[in-house]
Design a protein around this ligand. Structure first.
Ligand code: IMP
Length: 189
């Protein structure tokens, strides 16, 4: 394990093999659902929400044996006082129109659900043929608004997670597994 990963005590929650199995399972479900719906002319469009979903998206897209195109959005929540409104700011928008396309929003983790609710409403307004959501992780205890996750990898407890794309102040995204940062004095894995 690289030394800097040990600068805070980590407990592995979802290991590399389990992540790989979850990715395969979700890719299999997506493949069977979109078989015959997408093709070379109209590939499935997977929209990764930066930066957290980049790792998950790059793995899952390689496990889906259908023509698939990628695009990305980057969003940020407004300040704490307006966060509960679910209004997010688009920092980076899609590169092309999604009108008439089969689109899947790819998220690393759904927490309060506010980001996803905004993205779903916003992208639905751009006229896609269909719009679904794929999230690696779901933290249902933290939910503030009801959102539907069509393809959900794992439900996780209400703990702050890092790794496999998830960060703490831009650190730990490169961990190959999902971990919990323990309080000082607890066990390190
Ligand atoms: P939501 O709008 O509250 O659902 O926030 C979703 C976003 O918050 C995710 O895409 C992550 O970027 C971030 N997030 C939520 N929980 C965690 C966590 O445990 N670790 C790291 N980032 C998180």
């Amino acid at each position: 394990m690289r030394d800097y990963w040990r600068s805070e005590p980590l407990r592995c929650l979802i290991g590399r093999e389990e992540i790989a199995a979850v990715v395969e399972e979700l890719a299999g479900r997506i493949s069977s659902d979109y078989q015959g719906e997408v093709g070379i002319e109209e590939p499935l469009l997977m929209v990764g929400i930066l930066k957290g979903a980049a790792t998950f998206l790059s793995d899952i897209v390689r496990a889906i044996p259908l023509p698939t195109a990628l695009d990305f959005m980057a969003v940020s929540s407004y300040g704490a006082s307006t966060t509960s409104s679910g209004v997010v700011r688009i920092l980076h928008d899609l590169g092309s129109s999604i009108e008439g396309r089969h689109v899947i929003i790819v998220e690393d983790i759904v927490d309060t659900g506010l980001t996803l609710q905004y993205l779903q409403q916003h992208l639905a307004g751009r006229g896609p043929a269909s719009l679904r959501v794929c999230a690696l992780l779901d933290k249902p205890d933290r939910r503030e608004v009801e959102v539907e996750i069509d393809y959900c990898g794992r439900q996780v407890p209400d703990e702050f997670l890092v790794g496999y794309g998830l960060d703490l102040d831009e650190r730990y995204r490169d961990l190959p597994f999902v971990a919990v940062i323990e309080s000082e004095g607890e066990e390190t894995t």
